[in-house]
Design a protein around this ligand. Sequence first.
Ligand code: MN
Length: 332
Amino acid sequence: MPAITVEDPLVLPRIPAPDPATASDRPVRSVTTAPAGFEGEGFPVYRAFAGVSTADLDPFIHMDQMGEVEYAPGEPKGTSWHPHRGFETVTYIIDGIFDHQDSNGGGGRITNGDTQWMTAGAGILHIERPPEFLVASGGLFHGIQLWVNLPSANKWNNPRYQDLRATEAALVTSPDGGALVRVIAGDVAGHEGPGATFTPMAMVHATVSPGAEVALPWRPDFNALVYVLSGRGTVGAERRPIVSHQLVVFGPGDVLRVAADAEQESRHPNLDVLVLGGQPIREPVVHYGPFVMNSRAEIIEALEDYQAGRLGVIPATEVPHQQPGDIDPRRS
Ligand code: MN
């Protein structure tokens, strides 16, 4: 797992140990297992949020763990051109390369710990695909795509593109250096990540060494989700077991506790988790395919605007030129 790593975490700032007199551990509310599926042109994903109530996820809508997959030559897949409206897509690439291009002139190449934070706002078309040389060679691919909802006041904003490099993440460690904590957005113990967000939220990738534990101070007004990218361990003071592709929803409190089992599989020597939290938006959510709006009428409007080309047009430089396709509500 390249993402971004450091030789010796002890050189990093430490997260202070929580004071048990004032800080309470968040209890585990649920643990669910992500089903496997396919996205875009057929790349394998785990649907991280399947079976979890929208109220528990708010302000997050949807998350796919893309891979981890070892592609044969000719096999890597992406998406075709497709629209979005009403939210943000956050793509975090842990291993491999993804190229992005959008109808607004945004885009770029993200790899090994980089994040693309795309605010679709009022509407955008984009395409996400591996570069041609990687299609030819095949190779390891692993990443996350997270959908962050926008409050109704920001759903009609102009699109925005944030290109967050792996080296920009704030890196911190636990008191004994047993966990590497990468802050991509929000802050952990005052260490701020680079992502700018509309709703206050935090996105963190933590790698916990075998037998180690991390206690993350977490804003009490945020919800709290831990998704296991790989490895095995426990969560909460109650030490509830967790394994790869499981999502933990925590109840109220101040601290998220994640511990790695002493024994890990050789393919994944550490416990890797994505930690998410944000202030719930608490507005009606109507999600249909690539659109996340507040009402059914706004979804119909989005479909009509897309068909009329009002969400953007595919750049003329794209060869072969593609026409806007039909919306598949099962695909994102
Ligand atoms: Mn997309």
